[in-house]
Write a protein of this length. Sequence first.
Length: 763
Amino acid sequence: MHIHLIEIGNFRKLLSVRVDFAKDKTVFVGANNSGKTSTMTALHRFLVDHRSFSINDLTLCNWKATNDAGEAWEAALAENTALPDPSLADVVPFLDIWLSVASGEFHYVQKLIPFLEWKGGLLGVRLRFEPDDAVALQGEYLTARARSIETLAAVTTVGGADIAVSLWPQSLIDYLDRRMGKHFKVRPYLLDPTKLVDPVDGQAKPQPLSPADEPIDGNPLEGLIQIDEISAQRGFGQTTASRLSRDGNTSGTAPDARGSRKLSTQLRSYYDRHLDPEDTPDASDIQALQALESARKTFDDRLAHCFGRALKELEGLGYPGVTDPKLTISTNIRLQDGLNHPSAVQYVVPSMGGALLRLPEDSNGLGYQNLVSMVFALMSYRDGWMREGKASSGENTSLAAPPPLHLVLVEEPEAHLHAQVQQVFIKHAYDVLRNHRDLRTSPRLTTQLVVSTHSSHVAHASDFSSLRYFRRLPATAASAVPTASVVNLSAVFGAGNQTAKFVSRYLKATHCDLFFADGAVLIEGSAERILVPHFVEERDAYEYLRKCYISWLEIGGSHAHRLQGLIEHLGLSTLIITDLDAKDPTTNGAVPVARGQKQEARNETLRTWTPKVVGVDDLLDLEEEKKAIIYPSNYSVRAAYQLPTSVTFKSVTREALAYTFEDALFYQNTGFFKGRVGVGLAGIFRRCIDEAADFVDLTTRVRKAVKDGDKADFALELLYSEDIDKLAVPAYIDQGLEWLTEQLRRKEDDLVPKAAPTAAAAT
């Protein structure tokens, strides 16, 4: 049994999304504010702590509809007509969890089987956060609203001035902001597997519930899933002793999956749960208990001797009297007391000469503390699930059989960790959760690990098929605020697709941060990859781009088109800086770019992706607006390739047709290279100018120089030159960067609301 997918609706940015779960490890990636944390929070709210919901968990675009419902109630009451439906079913948050159940596991899911004809496969249950008594909610809101209106009407002025005060509640959202905990609860509903449909344009289509559908009693997931969490806010370096335990009690000894904790705290809790010999001892514990009792008696005898004189002196003062209880000193030593001090956990540091030096846990780096803490938490969760040690006895006897599914949620494991350790953790975390003798032999016990991350290193170390990309969607007519969608990257290209293999291998090789970017720039050559980011970093014209998260990907050999499926699924505004490669359509051989020769572009990106133009003459004269594809979901992709450049040489002005970045840079900057001293391609460009007889000879020499020259060395020579700021950016790249700036500005305008609604004034 495993979680096949979840669908979340009306929760924060998640208006309607589907998240497919891998059978073992699922990794959430995406730019900031794309919905990753909202999904982890939804899992916590619906599956762990129903009491933590707040008004801010309701999707903002539903606030107006919620307030409209309240106004409709008020209008019906004023008109003395029947009150509308109070259920708020269209706007309340919900989570659908779909389990894949194998033959032989039906006894676990008896409560979830929707009809007798079900023979196995998927089973779904909806957890909906809704009014416990919708009629009572409606009545109390109307009463509170009428009271505030009557109060204001009774006193129209104060001291002759108009009253400018707002009384609670101003709206239904305002009312729920204070009273949601009183009126709402999570209720489960069974779903019909035959009505599960695929998302449309990235938006999930959860099956609707009819008013006749009744919630089922109890928690249908009890005994099915054990859920453990490691939150992003782990609080290393803090000294706060009081923490909220996983059982909901404030304690200094229990681990807190969602708050701050120290390793020593986790060790004490692990000891209490799994190792304490005083908790339902067995034969193997007798020796430890005997040693403890002997130590206690020896210590008591020593205390009695040491305090004997002081106690006799106290008796000499008249206390205790004949009838007063006698004072004595005794101890109550427990083995875990040895862990209840700041230096209980130490790090051993070897030194010269073989001596071992010890430091307390606070003396080690936060990254090491974080790694050890997370791994220890995973071990503790695993052993708790498997009822290891004392967890299988005593008060937990009724839970001796572990649930068949263990779901572990980890937020941002990369905190304080350097890149290599991030990769080590994500590679081995799942193995830690399965490192138990019973898990290695029992396929019926399933572990699923869900990780949310902002780290490209964590994404790089994860299988491509495990990545789920969270994509930000702009506000639309249907949704007044930005929302999110989720892309299952394992389904982008289809099974066995050679392009999929290329893309996954390419991403593995580049450590790219594509999954966390605001926009992308795909670059064909090494020289462009070195110089174009420098131009952006140093030129005032590109100041806005420096504020954005841009992923720069060098993908040589005109292979950018292989990323088309991925870019389109990610929905990233993308600039492709590529070369205008020309060929003779008769021989298919590469030729210098020339007009009027019926040449065709060899570049598959230009031919098949954008701008989907084959003829070189057409490409040279193509209008700027036709070089981009505008997709319906508010992002664009544009190609930037070499443009005709006017060059004056020996008092003659001619049109130069470049075919690479290097010759385009030369034709744009002939004055820069004219007197240049250089040992590489830059020096050869100077000699081309000095030795060429005419313009045609110059272009021939430049073409040969580019073909034979070391392009990366050329770029590095320019990068380290003192006068690189005098270089003009080739026109085709400059226009492309200006276009990308406009796209990201527009995207920011679409994704950032001009004024965020508030609980008191959400209309």
